[in-house]
Design a protein around this ligand. Structure first.
Ligand SMILES: Nc1ncnc2c1ncn2[C@@H]1O[C@H](COP(=O)(O)OP(=O)(O)OP(=O)(O)O)[C@@H](O)[C@H]1O
Length: 336
């Protein structure tokens, strides 16, 4: 891991509220997170915990009239929330790029994939068609698409799921971004292809010095690829640390519950985190205390009164919990 002194991506006290419905929905609530150059950080948590919304602020993808975003979003020193539309168009793809669970969200079904990559390069850079084509070919080789020259002519529907995922990654890398956002990139794939794509992401991060923010439900996938993991619950980061710290010394009861569901094999079989009893709170009516208290076997009355501030357990290892000592005293979770 290549760590520069200043984080390349810096989120500070980020709040995202959706205002289009009957009541405002506070999807992200005071999130602070750093991503250094060449680092892979995974955001994990149940559905609806705010992972994708947090990630999407880095591309400013929120509906402007139906959402309110406050706090600081900085990438390479630039204030992303203050970019003009023109600056934003240049920044997207060139500085920060995104891949999705479903490649057909990124790939146009009516054009061959190669043409889409050439088009994307030429939209951002003043290069000839031949040069853009050569770069597209190099990208297909880089993401290990076999017979790359021939496959550049293929339409997305002519590719298998794993191949389409690789093609989307090639498209995302077309303009040499420095940050890659990956939103559940492997969820729809079968297990062997998932592992290949995760390994590819790790290799790209290493070879190109990319910073990667990776959203997943699957703590196993997070451990596989991430240097650091941030666990989200009800719009907040409840624990953050290295992958090793989170697995060996989790200090938030929710992280422990996530690890247990993995230890029971539930995630391995593709089941999700519903193995934790109860449901997350309504984001339009968050409780005054810890949002996890209603599902937490260790909760005391203090937990219901005010939201816990982060406790520093080691440099870079934080948990928002009043009962970290009680969590530490729990029997360790056997995670394979
Ligand atoms: N455009 C929107 N308008 C209103 N509410 C939204 C919008 N986008 C997201 N939300 C709400 O914000 C909350 C957080 O959503 P988000 O997609 O970040 O969750 P997530 O943790 O990524 O879940 P998943 O794993 O299911 O994608 C959810 O309650 C969701 O319904």
């Amino acid at each position: 891991m290549n760590t520069a002194a200043e984080p390349f991506v810096r989120l500070r006290n980020l709040n995202v509220t959706f205002t289009g419905g009957r009541k405002p929905v506070q999807a992200v609530n005071g999130v602070s997170l750093d991503l250094r150059q060449g680092e892979v950080v995974a955001l994990i948590g149940e559905s609806g915990s705010g992972k994708s919304v947090t990630m999407r602020t880095l591309l400013r993808l929120h509906p402007p009239r139906r959402s309110q975003v406050t706090g600081e979003v900085r990438v390479a020193g630039r204030d992303v929330l203050a970019l003009s539309d023109r600056e934003l168009a240049d920044y997207r793809g060139k500085m920060v790029s995104m891949i999705f669970q479903e490649p057909l969200l990124a790939l146009d079904p009516v054009y061959p994939v190669g043409a889409q990559i050439v088009e994307s390069i030429r939209r951002h850079e003043n290069v000839s068609k031949a040069e853009a084509h050569a770069r597209a070919l190099a990208l297909f080789e880089r993401v290990r698409i076999p017979s790359p020259e021939r496959r550049l002519q293929a339409y997305p529907h002519e590719m298998s799921g794993g191949m389409r995922q690789r093609a989307m990654i090639a498209l995302a890398l077309a303009c040499k971004p420095q940050v890659l956002l990956a939103d559940e990139p492997t969820t729809a794939l079968d297990a062997t292809v998932q592992i290949q794509i995760l390994l590819l992401l790790r290799e790209l991060q290493r070879d190109l010095g990319l910073s990667v923010l990776f959203v997943t439900h699957d703590i196993g996938a997070a451990v596989e690829v991430a240097d650091r993991i941030a666990v989200m619950y009800a719009g907040r980061i409840v624990e953050e640390g290295t992958a090793r710290e989170l697995i060996r010394t989790p200090r938030h009861p929710y992280t422990v519950a996530l690890l247990k569901s993995r230890a029971h094999g539930a995630l391995a079989k593709g089941a999700r985190l519903e193995t934790i009893a109860g449901a997350p709170p309504d984001l339009a009516a968050l409780p005054p205390g810890c949002a996890f208290a209603a599902r937490c076997g260790l909760a005391e009355s203090a937990c219901l009164q005010s939201r816990p501030e982060p406790v520093t357990l080691a440099p870079g290892h934080l948990a928002r919990c009043l009962r970290t000592d009680a969590v530490a005293a729990l029997a360790p979770v056997a995670v394979g």
